[in-house]
Design a protein around this ligand. Structure first.
Ligand code: ATP
Length: 234
Protein backbone atom coordinates (compact mmCIF):
# COMPACT_ATOMS: atom_id res chain seq x y z
CA UNK A 1 0.00 0.00 0.00
CA UNK A 2 1.40 3.50 -0.80
CA UNK A 3 1.64 5.87 2.13
CA UNK A 4 -1.36 8.16 2.45
CA UNK A 5 0.27 10.30 5.15
CA UNK A 6 3.96 10.86 5.48
CA UNK A 7 5.67 13.11 8.00
CA UNK A 8 9.20 14.19 7.13
CA UNK A 9 11.02 16.04 9.87
CA UNK A 10 7.89 17.72 11.26
CA UNK A 11 8.48 20.40 13.90
CA UNK A 12 5.74 22.31 15.74
CA UNK A 13 5.83 25.40 17.92
CA UNK A 14 3.65 27.31 20.35
CA UNK A 15 5.30 30.71 20.02
CA UNK A 16 8.90 30.18 21.11
CA UNK A 17 8.17 26.80 22.67
CA UNK A 18 9.01 23.85 20.44
CA UNK A 19 6.59 20.95 21.02
CA UNK A 20 7.59 18.59 18.16
CA UNK A 21 11.09 17.84 16.90
CA UNK A 22 11.68 16.25 13.50
CA UNK A 23 8.83 13.74 13.56
CA UNK A 24 9.10 11.09 10.84
CA UNK A 25 6.22 8.69 10.30
CA UNK A 26 4.23 7.06 7.53
CA UNK A 27 0.68 5.70 7.44
CA UNK A 28 -0.53 3.68 4.43
CA UNK A 29 -4.13 3.83 3.21
CA UNK A 30 -6.35 1.35 5.01
CA UNK A 31 -4.10 1.15 8.07
CA UNK A 32 -4.27 2.31 11.69
CA UNK A 33 -1.39 4.11 13.39
CA UNK A 34 -1.50 4.70 17.14
CA UNK A 35 0.35 7.55 18.83
CA UNK A 36 1.09 6.86 22.46
CA UNK A 37 3.11 8.66 25.12
CA UNK A 38 2.83 10.34 28.50
CA UNK A 39 0.93 13.58 29.18
CA UNK A 40 2.56 16.48 27.39
CA UNK A 41 4.56 14.26 25.00
CA UNK A 42 3.10 16.07 21.98
CA UNK A 43 0.41 13.64 20.79
CA UNK A 44 -2.39 16.20 20.43
CA UNK A 45 0.02 18.69 18.91
CA UNK A 46 0.92 16.12 16.26
CA UNK A 47 -2.73 15.56 15.28
CA UNK A 48 -3.50 19.29 15.32
CA UNK A 49 -0.53 20.03 13.11
CA UNK A 50 -1.55 17.40 10.56
CA UNK A 51 -5.12 18.79 10.68
CA UNK A 52 -3.89 22.36 10.10
CA UNK A 53 -4.99 23.77 13.49
CA UNK A 54 -1.35 24.40 14.30
CA UNK A 55 0.71 25.56 11.38
CA UNK A 56 3.53 23.27 10.27
CA UNK A 57 6.61 25.41 9.55
CA UNK A 58 7.40 23.64 6.26
CA UNK A 59 5.07 22.63 3.42
CA UNK A 60 7.05 19.45 2.66
CA UNK A 61 7.11 18.26 6.29
CA UNK A 62 3.64 16.76 5.74
CA UNK A 63 2.80 14.79 2.60
CA UNK A 64 -0.74 13.64 1.94
CA UNK A 65 -1.09 11.22 -0.94
CA UNK A 66 2.32 12.47 -2.07
CA UNK A 67 1.32 16.17 -2.04
CA UNK A 68 3.06 18.60 0.33
CA UNK A 69 0.36 20.05 2.61
CA UNK A 70 2.21 21.30 5.72
CA UNK A 71 0.86 24.63 6.92
CA UNK A 72 -2.29 24.63 4.79
CA UNK A 73 -5.38 25.91 6.64
CA UNK A 74 -7.70 23.38 8.29
CA UNK A 75 -10.65 23.96 5.95
CA UNK A 76 -8.49 23.22 2.93
CA UNK A 77 -7.27 20.02 4.53
CA UNK A 78 -10.85 18.92 5.24
CA UNK A 79 -11.61 19.44 1.56
CA UNK A 80 -8.62 17.26 0.67
CA UNK A 81 -9.81 14.49 2.98
CA UNK A 82 -8.34 14.98 6.46
CA UNK A 83 -10.78 15.06 9.41
CA UNK A 84 -10.11 15.40 13.13
CA UNK A 85 -12.10 13.99 16.05
CA UNK A 86 -10.88 16.44 18.71
CA UNK A 87 -10.03 15.62 22.29
CA UNK A 88 -13.06 16.26 24.49
CA UNK A 89 -15.51 15.78 21.57
CA UNK A 90 -16.40 19.48 21.37
CA UNK A 91 -20.00 19.12 20.24
CA UNK A 92 -22.05 22.25 19.75
CA UNK A 93 -24.09 22.12 22.98
CA UNK A 94 -27.18 23.92 21.74
CA UNK A 95 -27.49 21.68 18.68
CA UNK A 96 -29.06 18.24 18.30
CA UNK A 97 -27.22 15.09 17.26
CA UNK A 98 -28.36 15.54 13.69
CA UNK A 99 -27.43 19.23 13.55
CA UNK A 100 -23.97 18.42 14.89
CA UNK A 101 -23.54 15.76 12.20
CA UNK A 102 -24.71 18.11 9.46
CA UNK A 103 -22.10 20.69 10.51
CA UNK A 104 -19.45 18.06 9.82
CA UNK A 105 -20.82 17.73 6.31
CA UNK A 106 -20.56 21.41 5.37
CA UNK A 107 -17.35 20.61 3.50
CA UNK A 108 -17.94 17.26 1.84
CA UNK A 109 -15.93 15.23 -0.56
CA UNK A 110 -17.72 12.61 -2.61
CA UNK A 111 -17.90 9.34 -0.71
CA UNK A 112 -19.99 6.84 1.20
CA UNK A 113 -20.77 8.84 4.35
CA UNK A 114 -24.19 10.39 4.87
CA UNK A 115 -26.53 10.82 7.84
CA UNK A 116 -28.02 7.41 7.11
CA UNK A 117 -24.57 5.76 6.91
CA UNK A 118 -23.60 7.30 10.27
CA UNK A 119 -26.87 6.07 11.77
CA UNK A 120 -26.23 2.57 10.55
CA UNK A 121 -22.68 2.68 12.00
CA UNK A 122 -24.03 3.95 15.35
CA UNK A 123 -27.73 2.95 15.51
CA UNK A 124 -28.24 4.59 18.91
CA UNK A 125 -27.67 7.98 17.28
CA UNK A 126 -30.63 7.44 14.97
CA UNK A 127 -32.88 6.97 17.99
CA UNK A 128 -31.45 10.10 19.58
CA UNK A 129 -31.14 12.25 16.48
CA UNK A 130 -33.18 15.16 17.89
CA UNK A 131 -31.57 15.13 21.34
CA UNK A 132 -29.15 17.98 22.21
CA UNK A 133 -25.50 16.99 22.67
CA UNK A 134 -25.26 17.57 26.44
CA UNK A 135 -28.17 15.15 27.07
CA UNK A 136 -26.21 12.27 25.55
CA UNK A 137 -23.99 9.83 27.43
CA UNK A 138 -20.23 10.29 27.03
CA UNK A 139 -20.06 7.36 24.64
CA UNK A 140 -22.89 8.71 22.51
CA UNK A 141 -21.20 12.12 22.39
CA UNK A 142 -18.04 10.42 21.19
CA UNK A 143 -20.02 8.64 18.47
CA UNK A 144 -21.40 12.01 17.33
CA UNK A 145 -17.87 13.46 17.27
CA UNK A 146 -16.69 10.55 15.11
CA UNK A 147 -19.78 10.75 12.90
CA UNK A 148 -19.34 14.50 12.46
CA UNK A 149 -15.79 13.92 11.21
CA UNK A 150 -16.92 11.11 8.89
CA UNK A 151 -19.55 13.37 7.31
CA UNK A 152 -16.79 15.13 5.33
CA UNK A 153 -15.91 11.75 3.74
CA UNK A 154 -12.29 11.80 4.89
CA UNK A 155 -9.51 9.60 3.57
CA UNK A 156 -7.59 10.14 6.81
CA UNK A 157 -9.33 10.25 10.19
CA UNK A 158 -7.38 11.63 13.15
CA UNK A 159 -8.84 10.59 16.53
CA UNK A 160 -7.66 12.27 19.74
CA UNK A 161 -8.23 10.13 22.85
CA UNK A 162 -11.58 8.68 21.90
CA UNK A 163 -11.63 6.44 24.99
CA UNK A 164 -11.01 9.21 27.53
CA UNK A 165 -13.57 9.13 30.34
CA UNK A 166 -15.63 6.30 28.83
CA UNK A 167 -16.53 2.96 30.43
CA UNK A 168 -14.50 0.00 29.09
CA UNK A 169 -17.58 -1.59 27.51
CA UNK A 170 -18.31 1.62 25.61
CA UNK A 171 -14.68 1.91 24.48
CA UNK A 172 -14.82 -1.66 23.17
CA UNK A 173 -18.05 -0.89 21.34
CA UNK A 174 -16.57 2.17 19.62
CA UNK A 175 -13.29 0.47 18.76
CA UNK A 176 -15.20 -2.48 17.28
CA UNK A 177 -16.53 -0.15 14.56
CA UNK A 178 -13.13 1.11 13.40
CA UNK A 179 -12.12 -1.84 11.17
CA UNK A 180 -15.22 -1.13 9.09
CA UNK A 181 -13.73 2.28 8.28
CA UNK A 182 -10.30 1.06 7.20
CA UNK A 183 -11.79 -1.76 5.10
CA UNK A 184 -12.76 0.89 2.55
CA UNK A 185 -9.24 2.34 2.46
CA UNK A 186 -9.53 5.10 5.05
CA UNK A 187 -6.40 5.50 7.18
CA UNK A 188 -6.70 6.21 10.91
CA UNK A 189 -4.30 7.89 13.30
CA UNK A 190 -5.41 7.41 16.87
CA UNK A 191 -3.98 9.06 19.95
CA UNK A 192 -4.61 6.67 22.80
CA UNK A 193 -3.60 6.78 26.48
CA UNK A 194 -4.55 3.14 26.98
CA UNK A 195 -1.53 1.25 25.62
CA UNK A 196 -3.31 -2.11 25.47
CA UNK A 197 -6.12 -0.56 23.46
CA UNK A 198 -3.61 1.13 21.16
CA UNK A 199 -1.68 -2.09 20.54
CA UNK A 200 -4.92 -4.00 19.92
CA UNK A 201 -6.37 -1.48 17.46
CA UNK A 202 -3.31 -0.37 15.51
CA UNK A 203 -1.11 -1.81 12.79
CA UNK A 204 1.81 0.41 13.75
CA UNK A 205 2.63 2.24 16.97
CA UNK A 206 4.61 5.45 17.51
CA UNK A 207 5.60 6.42 21.04
CA UNK A 208 6.40 10.08 21.65
CA UNK A 209 8.43 11.52 24.48
CA UNK A 210 9.13 15.24 24.81
CA UNK A 211 8.16 15.85 21.20
CA UNK A 212 10.23 13.09 19.62
CA UNK A 213 9.45 9.59 18.34
CA UNK A 214 11.33 7.34 20.76
CA UNK A 215 9.84 3.99 19.73
CA UNK A 216 8.19 2.83 16.55
CA UNK A 217 7.15 -0.56 15.25
CA UNK A 218 4.40 -2.96 14.22
CA UNK A 219 1.84 -3.28 17.01
CA UNK A 220 2.33 -7.04 17.02
CA UNK A 221 6.03 -6.80 17.84
CA UNK A 222 6.15 -3.82 20.21
CA UNK A 223 6.29 -5.21 23.74
CA UNK A 224 4.76 -3.61 26.82
CA UNK A 225 8.25 -3.53 28.39
CA UNK A 226 9.64 -1.56 25.43
CA UNK A 227 6.69 0.83 25.65
CA UNK A 228 7.17 1.31 29.39
CA UNK A 229 10.82 2.23 29.00
CA UNK A 230 10.12 4.47 25.98
CA UNK A 231 7.42 6.34 27.94
CA UNK A 232 9.70 7.32 30.73
CA UNK A 233 13.11 7.15 29.08
CA UNK A 234 14.54 4.52 31.42
P1 ATP B 1 -2.05 15.08 26.82
O1 ATP B 1 -2.16 13.61 26.91
O2 ATP B 1 -1.90 15.74 28.15
O3 ATP B 1 -3.06 15.74 25.92
P2 ATP B 1 -0.13 15.35 24.67
O4 ATP B 1 0.87 14.28 24.47
O5 ATP B 1 -1.29 15.40 23.74
O6 ATP B 1 -0.61 15.33 26.16
P3 ATP B 1 0.30 18.07 23.87
O7 ATP B 1 -1.02 18.56 24.35
O8 ATP B 1 0.52 17.91 22.43
O9 ATP B 1 0.67 16.71 24.60
O10 ATP B 1 1.41 19.05 24.47
C1 ATP B 1 2.80 18.98 24.09
C2 ATP B 1 3.54 20.12 24.75
O11 ATP B 1 3.07 21.36 24.24
C3 ATP B 1 3.37 20.18 26.26
O12 ATP B 1 4.60 20.59 26.83
C4 ATP B 1 2.30 21.24 26.45
O13 ATP B 1 2.47 21.89 27.68
C5 ATP B 1 2.59 22.19 25.29
N1 ATP B 1 1.36 22.86 24.82
C6 ATP B 1 0.22 22.26 24.44
N2 ATP B 1 -0.70 23.17 24.06
C7 ATP B 1 -0.10 24.39 24.21
C8 ATP B 1 -0.52 25.73 23.99
N3 ATP B 1 -1.75 26.02 23.52
N4 ATP B 1 0.35 26.71 24.27
C9 ATP B 1 1.60 26.44 24.72
N5 ATP B 1 2.05 25.19 24.95
C10 ATP B 1 1.22 24.17 24.70
Amino acid sequence: MPDLLELRGLDAFYGDFQALFGIAAAVPAGRVAAIIGANGAGKSTLLKTVAGLIQAPRRDAVLFDGEPIGGLPAHELVARGIALVPEGRRLFPSLSVEENLLIGGRVRRPGPWSLEAIYSLFPVLAERRHVPGPALSGGQQQMVAIGRALMSNPRLLLCDEISLGLAPVVVRDIYARLPGLTAQGMALVIVEQDVSQALAAADRVFCLREGRVVLEGPATSVTREAVASAYFGV
